[in-house]
Write a protein that binds this ligand. Structure first.
Ligand code: FES
Length: 230
C-alpha cells in the first residue's frame, strides 16, 4: 500500500503531539509499518521528509530497534521469547519446533503470508515463562504443543484469545495502535475485549493501597540544569 495523503494526514496528527517534529520518529515508523507492513526505503524517505531530518537519521533508528522490520511482515508476528528464563523453560524448543513446522527462520514469513516468526529478547513476562506473543499480545506458559496449536489457528484465519489483555488484531492494526492512530471503533473493540489483567495491575493496586505516587514531572527545567542541581 502506498504512503498516500491519508498517511500524511495521520503523520501530521502524530507530529502535532510533540514540541519538536523529530521527536515523533518512533510512532512515525510504527505508522509506516501499519501502512506497509514493514519499514521500506520509501517509508524511511517519507519519515525524513515529513519530520525534516535526514534519511540516514531515520535509517539509524529503524535498524536499531528490533520492532521495526526491514522486510515485509506477514499478517501476524509471532514472537517466541528465547531469553534466559523462557529459553530454559522451553522457549528454545518452542522456537525450534515452530521454525521447523513453518519452514521459516528468524524474521522470515511463511509462503502463505500468514506468519512472520521471530525469536525475541525478554518480553517482560518472565513469571509466565515460556511466553509467546502474537502482534504483542501475550500467550503465557506455552508448550510446544500449545504454540503449534496457536499458529495453526492463526493460519486457519482464527483469532485465538490471549491469556490476558486485549483481543489480537493483525500486525498492521497493532502497528497503527502503537502509532496512536488506530481507527476509533477498533480501539473501542480492543478496550472492550480486555480480560484477565488483575495480575498486570497488582503493582498499581499496591501503590494505591500504600499511597505511593510518582514524583511530579518538571517539564520546565532543562535537563542540564537538573543534572547540575543533583
Ligand atoms: S525471559 Fe521470557 S519474558 Fe522474560
Amino acid at each position: 500500500m502506498a504512503l498516500d495523503e491519508n498517511t500524511r494526514a495521520l503523520a501530521q496528527k502524530i507530529i502535532d503531539l510533540y514540541p519538536q517534529s523529530r521527536s515523533a520518529l518512533l510512532p512515525m515508523l510504527h505508522l509506516v509499518q501499519g501502512e506497509e507492513g514493514y519499514v521500506s526505503q520509501a517509508g524511511i524517505e517519507f519519515c525524513a521528509e515529513v519530520l525534516g531530518i535526514s534519511a540516514a537519521e531515520v535509517g539509524g533508528v529503524a535498524t536499531f530497534y528490533t520492532m521495526y522490520k526491514r522486510r515485509p511482515t506477514g499478517e501476524h508476528l509471532v514472537s517466541v521469547c528465547t531469553n534466559t528464563l523462557c529459553g530454559m523453560l522451553g522457549g528454545d524448543k518452542i522456537y525450534a519446533e515452530l521454525s521447523d513446522e513453518l519452514g521459516v527462520g528468524h524474521n522470515e514469513t511463511t509462503d502463505d503470508g500468514t506468519i512472520t516468526l521471530e525469536h525475541a529478547e525478554c518480553l517482560a513476562a518472565c513469571d509466565y515463562a515460556p511466553v509467546v506473543t502474537v502482534n504483542y499480545e501475550f500467550f503465557d506458559k506455552q508448550s510446544v504443543q500449545s504454540a503449534k496449536e496457536l499458529v495453526a489457528s492463526l493460519r486457519a484465519g482464527q483469532k485465538p484469545k490471549p491469556t490476558r489483555g486485549a483481543q489480537i488484531t493483525s500486525f498492521r492494526e497493532a502497528e497503527l495502535e502503537l502509532a496512536g492512530v488506530l481507527d476509533d471503533e477498533l480501539v473501542a473493540a480492543k478496550v472492550a475485549s480486555v480480560d484477565n489483567i488483575e495480575s498486570s495491575l497488582r503493582g498499581l493496586k499496591l501503590a494505591r493501597e500504600r499511597g505511593e505516587t510518582a514524583p511530579a514531572a518538571d517539564y520546565n527545567t532543562p535537563i542540564a540544569a537538573k543534572e547540575e542541581n543533583k
